[in-house]
Design a protein around this ligand. Structure first.
Ligand code: SF4
Ligand code: F3S
Length: 104
């Protein structure tokens, strides 16, 4: 499965939602996650993310984000259409240390 990582936090562009053929994104307050059992590994969302936040779970650098996606995909509502990103999304793009800002 593909995994949404730290880069999504407070960016939440949601371009990924528009392209996913199986609607397996789930939305928290300031980031999205992918349901690992629903993702079909098509890979089309990865290049669509302006924040480069989406990675395959084979990427050894994703750390705890795979587990976090699995956990929050159970708790957060499904999202199937792109909405308006946060007004300050661009200011948060690429910033380090966003993990602590995740709103569960
Ligand atoms: Fe959806 Fe494909 Fe991305 Fe998985 S890899 S989340 S199926 S667009
Ligand atoms: Fe997040 Fe990128 Fe989607 S910022 S909402 S993973 S397009």
């Amino acid at each position: 499965a593909y995994v949404v990582t730290e880069g999504c936090i407070r960016c939440k562009y949601m371009d990924c939602v528009s392209v996913c053929p199986v609607d397996c994104f789930y939305a928290g307050e300031n980031m999205l996650v992918i349901h690992p059992d629903e993702c079909i590994d098509c890979g089309v969302c990865e290049p669509e993310c302006p924040a480069e936040a989406i990675r395959p779970d084979s990427d050894l650098g994703i750390g705890e984000w795979a587990a976090l996606n699995a956990r929050f995909a159970q708790a957060w509502p499904n999202i199937t259409e792109k909405r308006e990103p946060p007004a300050d999304a661009d200011e948060w793009k690429g910033r380090p240390g966003k993990a602590a800002l995740l709103s569960p």
